[in-house]
Design a protein around this ligand. Structure first.
Ligand SMILES: [Zn+2]
Ligand SMILES: [Zn+2]
Length: 149
């Protein structure tokens, strides 16, 4: 697998470094993780890596298009390595859990804006908000019984 990551880095003219490989590996195994989680995962492999180094790697990989950064309003930025398919996300208002949602209409990137105001649209980013199954289950468990008479 490591050689795949090396090829990915070379394809975008980024130097192959251990922190970059470790970040790519972390994002392969964990989707939609925030920076703190990435740092924790990378440190399992490279204990001495600094916060700043991981920030820099995430920025370089995001700029190069190998990593996608998602930042739902009011939430911390998350990163994922599923790029290039313009999938969307559904976010839980309660716990911040994020799941992938594939393009629903036609193929990516959902470019049929009803009125594009003259812009040449090349990307659509849709965030669906709701309550995840865990939180829904918890909410209904905590609800007081409706027994008003
Ligand atoms: Zn939730
Ligand atoms: Zn995603």
């Amino acid at each position: 697998m490591t050689s795949d990551f090396e090829a990915q880095l070379r394809a975008v003219s980024l130097r192959v470094t251990r922190p970059r490989l470790a970040v790519l590996a972390a994002l392969r195994d964990h989707r939609h993780v925030d920076t703190e989680t990435v740092i924790t995962l990378v440190r399992e492999e490279l204990p001495s890596v600094s916060h700043q180094a991981v920030y820099d790697v995430l920025r370089a990989l995001t700029d190069a298009g190998l990593v996608r950064r998602i930042q739902p309003a009011g939430a911390t930025a998350r990163y994922e390595s599923r790029v290039g398919d313009n999938h969307h996300h559904v976010v839980c208002r309660s716990c911040g859990a994020i799941a992938d949602v594939d393009c629903t209409v036609g193929h990516s990137p959902c470019l049929t804006a009803s009125d594009d105001a003259g812009f040449r649209v090349d990307e659509a980013e849709v965030v669906f908000w709701g309550t995840c199954p865990d939180c829904s289950a918890e909410n209904s468990a905590n609800e007081p019984p409706v027994g008003r008479k």
